[in-house]
Design a binder for this molecule. Sequence first.
Ligand code: ZN
Ligand code: ZN
Length: 317
Amino acid sequence: MEIPITIHSDEKGYFDRECPNENCLYTFKINMQDWKEKISDDEVHCPMCGHIDTADKWWTQEQLESMQEIAASYAMSMITKELDKAFGKLARSTRNNKFLKITYKPSKKITFQNNPIGQSEEWETDITCEKCGTRYSVIGSAYFCPCCGHNSAVSAFNESTDSIEKMLKSLPEMKQLLTESYGRDKAETMCRGLLESSLGDIVSSFQKFASCHYDKLTGEISRVNDFQIVEKGNQLFKDATGKGYEEWLSDKELHNMNMFFQRRHLIEHNNGMVDQKYVDKSGDNSYVIGQRLVIKENDAYALLAIIKKLAKGLMTL
Ligand SMILES: [Zn+2]
Ligand SMILES: [Zn+2]
């Protein structure tokens, strides 16, 4: 029995895929046309872990569930139809029998609906592979092109810093919209949260880029967290290539980069409350211990500019 199932893309023409590697199960989106035309049947690469598998393995849990539901309701409608046929006949044949009478009312019909399998809402980071042109979309940043496996650290970095920048730019507008729906206090808190987490996003897009780039240069495998600490990451590149961050950043920029990385750490691990460790590590004298950090939009823009400059430099290695 073949059940016709149609999978529709979202408005942007993308549809969901999930990595079959059980340790990963990363979900991403790929342009449907590219999936049909570019992806080979034998080799699809997971953008996150690089696992390679045949093209029939990439269903998301949601898609599998929907397919099961569709199959079940299809089977149900077939059965009902058969029952209607059988009992309808029986009822008709006993109509004139005075000893036996079977009446049968056809059940309420279950009509088969081939619900298009919908897609989850559109995501943030769109990537076009610089090597093969496949269009895909991920949450945060990813490493590999699902089609050709090209390690896309550079484009992932560009796309993610781009979307952070867009988010920052839309903050005033967002605040206004949120104020209308939730009032000024809540809107203020929400936007402050977004701004603070943007520091984390900037740091993590740099980390991913740096670790990926370092691995490519050295043939070694680094830990992403190595690049969370400015000094440590700097030393790794210096040891491997003879060139450190100072090559492209001024003392002040390097100092600020370290300070913003420390601020991000404090926000994520100590709710932004300034402690001795922060003061020691960041060299930031503008706070007293026990105060809470205040992150400004300009801080996020400044950090973004620094890591963009640094990444551009590192790319020349
Ligand atoms: Zn994976
Ligand atoms: Zn590619």
